[in-house]
Design a protein around this ligand. Structure first.
Ligand SMILES: C[S@@+](CC[C@H](N)C(=O)[O-])C[C@H]1O[C@@H](n2cnc3c(N)ncnc32)[C@H](O)[C@@H]1O
Length: 368
């Protein structure tokens, strides 16, 4: 449904380059965080592509393997598995050739598998087997990057995310759902995508932007409703600021969200979580999130608005900042708040003044 007719290898677009940058930045954080504590970690690229673009640019599978091989954490990671699923047989063949050509000698702790098949079928089969054996899926980053609209059932997303330390990085096409909003033949498929029929309420929203926002927010809410606290969309737009798709990152782990925000803000540092074909990624912005001094005051105001007059455990403040604001959680924001009298007491402080241990509780002054 809604697939672009592209040749086996196609020209890369600017937003794909930005997506690859974010992926690479995130993997650079993900490999050491999970690799240190797990016997095995998995990078699953469910819509892998041929691994190469028209002018020789690398595709996500090659970028992911290369990032791992260049990472200094590789020497202490027990096992990394790369699983690449690609349904187009010509593309999966090229991908296999690309991998053999680029990485003729993989270290013994790196395993690569190219599966020529349909993502939903292949993963369902794998999860069925794991569950029949009473096992858990190893910590997995599922990167699901279909063209256009793809029928990825929400039930399958739920199954992946239900395992400990499994995360999702998904290309979500609200625009395609919008296009098929009144097509009764697609209703069941869209019900499956969302795991609810509530998307049909979008039919009553006249304004296109509001309708698209609703369709995206509903998907985010669906992820929250299955216990995924941290969900961050990132919009990919045309130069005319029309959304092409949203990247959605979802995790139960605050460190994962902090690392992903860091990755997204490194690629586009203006804090909008939006890349457009007009975006100059080397530009210095009026509000530049790579400069802490530009956003600390705003972060402090958001925290104060939420918690003034209350006494709150640090991890609750951290989770609020990461899940419900555009900011990263840096303790220097709390330092700023304490210096400005917005924080009036900290219990459980284990070290010096103006330090905040993970299990301390913070008392905020009252908004007057
Ligand atoms: C957007 S491209 C992937 C690009 C790649 N992730 C990258 O960043 O370089 C989507 C790919 O998914 C493949 N595809 C489409 N439907 C699929 C399905 N049901 N299962 C697996 N792969 C599929 C397409 O053939 C295409 O190569």
């Amino acid at each position: 449904m809604g697939q672009k007719k592209l040749s086996t290898i196609w020209p890369i677009e600017n937003h794909t380059l930005a997506k690859h940058e974010i992926l690479k930045e995130y993997l650079n954080a993900w490999f050491p965080i999970l690799g240190r504590t797990s016997d095995r970690i998995i990078f699953l690229d469910g819509f892998a592509g041929p691994g190469i673009y028209k002018e020789g640019e690398k595709g996500s599978p090659i970028i992911a393997i290369q990032t791992a091989l260049e990472h200094q954490a590789l020497k202490y990671i027990a096992e990394i598995r790369f699983a690449f699923i690609e349904s187009d047989s010509k593309r999966s063949k090229i991908l296999k050739e690309m991998i053999d050509q680029e990485f003729p000698n993989l270290p013994s702790n790196v395993h690569v598998q190219v599966i020529s098949g349909d993502f939903v079928e292949s993963l369902t089969e794998t999860l069925d087997e794991i569950e029949e054996d009473g096992k858990n899926l190893a910590p997995t980053l599922a990167f699901l990057d279909p063209f256009g609209y793809s029928e990825i059932p929400f039930e399958l997303i739920t199954r992946i995310l239900h395992y400990p330390r499994c995360e999702l990085f998904l290309t979500f096409m609200s625009g395609f759902v919008n296009r098929f909003l009144h097509d009764v033949e697609k209703e069941n498929a869209v019900d499956g995508l969302y795991g609810t029929t509530k998307w049909r309420d979008a039919r009553d929203i006249d304004d296109t932007d509001k309708r698209l926002d609703f369709l995206l927010e509903l998907y985010v809410n669906q992820l929250n409703s299955i216990g995924i606290r941290f969900v961050r969309p990132f919009a990919m737009m045309t130069s005319g600021r029309r959304t092409i798709y949203d990247l959605i990152f979802a995790t139960k782990n605050w460190k994962g969200m902090d690392s992903m925000k860091k990755a997204m803000l490194k690629v586009v540092s203006n804090g909008t979580y939006t890349f457009s074909d007009k975006t100059d990624t080397h530009q210095t912005y009026f509000v530049d999130y790579s400069e802490d001094s530009h956003w600390i005051n705003d972060a402090s105001n958001s925290i104060f608005k939420q918690f003034n007059g209350k006494e709150i455990p640090l991890n609750e403040i951290r989770d609020f900042v990461l899940a419900d604001t555009p900011f990263r959680f840096l303790k220097k924001v709390l330092v700023d708040m304490e210096k400005n009298g917005k924080i009036i007491d900290v219990s459980g402080r284990t070290r010096n003044a103006l330090t905040y241990s993970d299990n301390c509780t913070v008392k905020f002054s009252k908004n007057t």
